[in-house]
Design a protein around this ligand. Structure first.
Ligand code: FES
Length: 317
């Protein structure tokens, strides 16, 4: 955990604020890689993850950007309405679950709306490496597009393509055309709202891009229909203890209450922090983190949201 001061809070676009965070004791902050995020403890019981969007070479600050989401579960609303410049916050050190693949020769970055944030850090890093890349920034309208003016002054300005949904047809992103020919040495990175993610991911899949070349970060899981949830059991392989998981509770909640520590972060199946090995039984995967083939292997699952198809799961805990 780190104590940081909010040294600047700024309106970047309609509904989007950025927050500059510097160490409260004035020291250098821990280094981060492009794609990393931090957990921000906004209030008691309210922790949210935000991607770092500044140049990873900077050690004097972290920059995050937050969209006020009308369907907010509390996090983005509190960030906008309660967090002020000059305030001290507790944050985690950066963690990277969305890294660049350094084996690729070319990188195509796709940021939709606030999904531009991890792409900015990636573009800085790739630009320092003199790597071959393109950044596609899609937004609903210019009023809702953060950082456009700033981007014109970056060293990678010439590699950015802006796609305004409310603008002329010719500048809109045609993902099927752009991704029509898969190239084994190119990797794709996608972040944004669900509709945008699906648009890019479907175009890549239909064109035959391999899953291993496509990297994605979701903001929020789609709502899950919990009405058909059934109870099941989990057994801890190390002790043989068995826990009943009722229909209305998650494995994570039940084990956490019993002081069985599993690291967690998003608690919605998108970050992968809680991934746990399954030694026996068939999970019912509900996460957005594991790939289809990883889910099909049934040897890992996300206890924060996934359940079981079999009556018992034996976990490597
Ligand atoms: Fe994020 Fe489970 S805590 S996937």
């Amino acid at each position: 955990m780190l104590q940081v001061n909010v040294t600047r809070k700024a309106d970047e676009a309609e509904g989007i604020c950025s927050f500059e965070l510097c160490a409260a004791d004035g020291s250098a902050l821990p280094a981060f890689e492009a794609g990393a995020h931090i957990d921000i403890h906004i209030a008691e019981g309210l922790t949210r993850q935000y991607s770092l969007c500044n140049d990873p070479k900077e050690r004097h600050r972290y920059l995050i950007s937050v969209l006020k989401d009308p369907s907010s579960r509390g996090g983005s609303k509190a960030m906008h309405e309660q967090i002020r410049s000059g305030q001290t916050l507790t944050i985690s050190t950066p963690r990277n679950l969305f890294p660049l693949d350094r084996s690729a020769n070319r990188h195509l970055l796709f940021g939709g709306g606030i999904g531009i944030t991890p792409m900015l850090a990636m573009a800085y890093e790739l630009s320092h490496q003199r790597a071959d890349f393109e950044l596609h920034y899609c937004f609903r309208s210019s009023e809702r597009a953060a950082f456009v003016a700033m981007l014109a002054h970056t060293p990678f300005a010439g590699r950015i393509k802006f796609h305004d949904d409310s603008g002329a047809q010719r500048q809109k992103l045609d993902a099927s055309a752009l991704l029509a020919t898969p190239d084994a040495s190119t990797h794709l990175y996608v972040c944004g709202p669900a509709g945008f993610m699906n648009y890019i991911l479907n175009a890549a899949q239909n064109a035959g891009w391999s899953q291993s070349q496509v990297h994605k970060e979701f903001f929020a899981a789609a709502p899950i229909d919990e009405s058909a949830n059934a109870p099941f059991e989990v057994e801890l392989a190390s002790t043989g203890q068995v826990f009943q998981i009722p229909a209305e509770r998650t494995v994570f909640e039940v084990l956490d209450e019993a002081c069985i520590a599993i690291e967690s972060s998003c608690e919605q199946g998108i970050c992968g922090t809680c991934v746990t090995r399954v030694l026996k039984g068939i999970p019912e995967h509900r996460d957005k983190f594991l790939t289809e083939s990883e889910q099909a292997a049934n040897d890992r699952f996300t206890p924060c949201c996934s359940r079981a198809k079999s009556s018992r799961l034996v976990l490597d805990l």
